[in-house]
Design a protein around this ligand. Sequence first.
Ligand code: UDX
Ligand code: ADP
Length: 462
Amino acid sequence: MIKNICCIGAGYVGGPTMTVMAYKCPEINITVVDLNKNRIAAWNSDNPHDIPIFEPGLAEIVMKVRGKNLFFSTDVESAIDKADMIFMSVNTPTKEYGKGKGMAADLKYIELCARQIAAVSKSDKIVVEKSTLPVRTAEAIRSILDNTGNHVKFQILSNPEFLAEGTAINDLLNPDRVLIGGLQTPEGKAAIEELTAIYAHWIPREKIIQTNVWSSELSKLTANAFLAQRISSINSLSALCEKTGADVTEIAKAIGSDSRIGNKFLTASVGFGGSCFQKDVLNLVYICKTLGLEEVAEYWDWVIKMNDYQKHRFADNIITTLYNTVSGKKIAFLGWAFKKNTNDTRETPAMYVADTLMNDLANISVFDPKVSPNQIFTDINHVNGKSDEENQKQLSFVSDPYEACQNAHAVVILTEWDMFKTLDWKRIHDGMMKPAFLFDGRNLLNAEDMTALDFHYKGIGK
Ligand code: UDX
Ligand code: ADP
């Protein structure tokens, strides 16, 4: 029976997952550790608004269980030492150097984590891969644990997380399925059962799928690749719709009502963002390449190429429509997060659209209800490498949507925040330069309503 859990990494995956697990398993003590002192201090804050990750419903549950059976700490070693089970929820970004640069997952944080576990552990433990990892990472982790440890026994499980940001708490409370992969030996199967028993506190057993470790690792990459592929497919058709007069929303509805296709993930957009899709598809491409499966690699690579094409196409469309020049023009950005209900901006299409427009010397004024001003400068620096001082000449952040749009030549919707639907759009139009253009990268607003208000409305695939 598992009594003490340690989770390494207090990020978007580790934080919410462990919060829900602690809430549902009051008899298990869970300590979430992270090297980042500020992040841990924020998780320990008494003010729910300071919790470092914004997810609807998260802060409320943290306040209920923190200090009872959920703890946040920077003392990684002592949490590892006490734990019967350790979750690895550290970041696995795309490698930015050396072999596999721009494609492979960077496993340095995972390796460090494994070495730390090996060095500290004095008793047998179950180690659970929570972060998305390339197939056969468990083998590498096993090799590190077995060869550098204190000769204690480790069982390694793969238990990928399928939560989507913005709906993390609901996804964790009511998942479609939980996937647990482990070695098909008696010890491996026993470890799978231990983890199954934890999830069975709140998830029906028939939704807990047990597999071998490699199937579990590859299923996570495959799930994200399929989801990303659907978005790229509908986005590719949005370009065709714009040329032909078909409406991509109508097409999505028409094909989505075929139960074999299904109606989810068919919303054409400026492109997908987030920490997972691009990283995981690139990772799949890299794995296929290294195994000599060139055609398979190329097939999946087009999902990414199509997504890049969509972001550039959208930005180019803005420039072309504004009489081929945005130089010195104010452009308002409504939204910066990669999707609504999150403050996460990783791979957000907004930063790439901003970069293209800034290269054409536009002045951009950004409003987002949850993203901090510092974050947008970090993001744009990530794309163009310029200092904050330099970027501030062209990019500003305001805390009021009307101020962002005042005197703008165009308003661009980059995130589908619900609040944008209920803005006073007549007031926005009145305050803008004329003709007033509205580029809706999320098809959030009704084209007819906006045209009636005299906007030159441009949605995706319309
Ligand atoms: C995704 C997976 O959904 C989740 O299962 C996995 O664990 C992590 O990756 P996430 O990145 O949080 O989750 O968000 P998701 O809702 O999948 O959206 C990803 C991106 O696709 C967003 O930028 C979103 O706006 C975009 N999207 C989504 C579309 O453009 N159209 C759609 O129809 C759906
Ligand atoms: P994810 O979306 O996968 O949760 P994040 O970047 O939000 O990714 O979170 C990962 C966290 O893991 C970061 O807060 C980082 O500081 C932490 N981390 C990385 N390596 C270690 C380590 N060896 N020990 C403790 N924490 C780590």
